[in-house]
Ligand binder design. Structure first.
Ligand SMILES: [Zn+2]
Length: 492
């Protein structure tokens, strides 16, 4: 919930006064950072808990191991591991994770946390491209861009401080999926400066080349991003945080050529091995984390459904579910399918405490036989006043939470929306509604020449994707004739 932000402000001011001077791992020269390396590691660890709670790690150990292996290969040749690096950098342990979301994204947190989404993995063609992407993210960590940005008072400050401040609470409460959205979402959409991006591109290519990869493959990937960029409104992520992919393609190609000229003519591409690894991964939205059908939102993992109010929309990213009125952005309701708290009552009290909702009224309720709790409160932030209404309902041994916030002027809409959802809350036991399987990415070879549009079976196009999105995934156009014997990544 955004309501956390208010509590960050005093600390924000405090932290801006402090800074740490130490040796840059990349240049070897001393410079100022907002945080010591040790603080960066601690902040990264705290935010990592939120990222994994919100998006979930992709449930495939072999794939996680694979990405970790490639990441560590690239890390091994980075500035952090060179002989002249400070011991604290050389011994820094990195965490590489594949996140369970269809968003096309890769990002890093200070201190050595690197993420790539399954949506991104689906778009890559080979291991060399993965190495360049991971190299780019490792470079953000090595150059300590987040810490530099925070020194200048950038967005990273607020986001990281959120994590620092909330870190202890999160150790307990952070498992409440969806309760930690603001900080994690800010970080996932965090923008570095163009100079930082250029430096990371340069270093990413250097690291991939030194690790023996054909870094020019990265250029092809960045060029392909251009088409995604054109639809960035629909597919946020790496594109909104990493601007200008077209020129990056050219620049990366030039930088890769420079490394070849220096003798790093790495031939590692590993296309077949890579495609074998991603064969079978989830493609598009995973309906087990929720899907909409005929005016209802079904949550198979939670075993419940509730009506989506007329003129409201459901927004899903990873495990985060947000409902909003179609008109106006002054109202939002966040669903958390599973709270870690044992009862609705406890969950509601923790919520009031965490959000500083002094004076909130809180009472027990019962919705269609589901025992629960309701909280109504008001708060001020940034000169505006907000209404907060939350419902916690006990179902199947868990607590389901609906947390609503609106500008005070839109309180009537919030009450209408959250009232419809909770009054209509029902258990679901029909296996036909619960046993939904996500669409899988299938690597296959075409048997005859055919238009791409005719190769795709429309019945398998997953939620959150369309034909054009699948064409982009394969680096072809919808109308292109695909020759026989072409390897494609298709829904199946
Ligand atoms: Zn970047």
């Amino acid at each position: 919930m955004r309501v956390h932000v208010r509590r960050l402000l005093p600390l924000l001011a405090l932290a801006l006064g402090a800074c740490a001077v130490s040796m840059s791992p990349v240049t070897g020269r001393k410079r100022a950072y907002a945080y010591s390396w040790e603080q960066e590691v601690r902040l990264g660890r705290a935010v990592d808990r939120q990222i994994t709670a919100q998006y979930g790690t992709y449930d495939d150990d072999a794939l996680q191991d694979y990405v970790r292996r490639v990441g560590n290969d690239v890390l091994a040749v980075s500035h952090l591991r060179r002989d002249d690096a400070l011991p604290e950098y050389r011994t820094a342990k990195f965490v590489f994770r594949v996140l369970d979301t269809e968003a096309v994204n890769a990002f890093a947190l200070p201190g050595g946390y690197v993420y790539v989404t399954r949506g991104m993995l689906a778009h890559l063609e080979n291991e060399a491209q993965l190495a360049v992407v991971l190299g780019h993210e490792i470079a953000h960590v090595a150059a300590r861009h987040g810490s530099q940005n925070a020194l200048e008072g950038g967005l990273m400050t607020a986001a990281l401080l959120g994590a620092g401040l909330l870190g202890e609470e999160l150790a307990g409460a952070g498992d409440e999926i969806g309760d930690v959205g603001a900080v994690a979402a800010q970080l996932m959409l965090f923008r570095y400066s163009r100079d930082d991006e250029r430096e990371s591109d340069r270093l990413g290519v250097e690291y991939a080349a030194m690790a023996g990869y054909r870094a020019a493959e990265g250029a092809a990937f960045f060029s392909g991003l251009e088409r995604l960029q054109a639809r960035a409104g629909r597919i946020p992520g790496f594109l909104s945080t990493h601007p200008d992919p077209g020129r990056r393609g050219e620049t990366v190609a030039q930088m890769a050529a420079d490394w070849v000229a220096l003798g790093f003519d790495g031939e590692r591409v590993e296309r077949e091995a890579y495609l074998a690894r991603i064969d079978g991964i989830t493609l598009g939205q995973d309906p087990r984390q929720g899907y909409e059908m005929a005016g209802w939102f079904y949550h198979p993992a939670g075993g419940f459904r509730f009506p989506v109010p007329a003129d409201w929309t459901v927004d899903r990213q990873g495990r985060q579910v947000v409902l909003r009125p179609r008109a106006g952005d002054g109202v939002r309701v966040e669903l958390a399918a599973r709270s870690r708290h044992p009862t609705a009552d406890v969950a509601a009290r923790v919520f009031v405490h965490e959000n500083g909702l002094a004076g909130a009224s809180s009472y027990r309720t019962n919705m269609n036989g589901f025992p629960g709790a309701r909280v109504d409160g008001a708060m001020d932030s940034g000169g505006s006043s907000y209404q907060v209404t939350g419902y916690w309902l006990e179902h199947g041994g868990h607590v389901v939470r609906f947390a609503g916030i609106s500008h005070s002027a839109y309180n009537a809409e919030l009450q209408y929306g959250i009232g419809e959802m909770t009054r209509g809350f029902r258990a679901v036991s029909d296996p036909g509604l619960l046993d939904v399987a996500p669409v899988r990415l299938v690597v296959m070879t075409t048997e005859r020449a055919q238009r791409f549009a005719d190769v795709v079976d429309p019945r398998f196009i997953p939620a959150g994707m369309d034909l054009e999105a699948l064409a982009i995934l394969n680096g072809v156009s919808v109308d292109a004739v695909i020759p026989a014997g072409t390897v494609l990544k298709l829904p199946g």
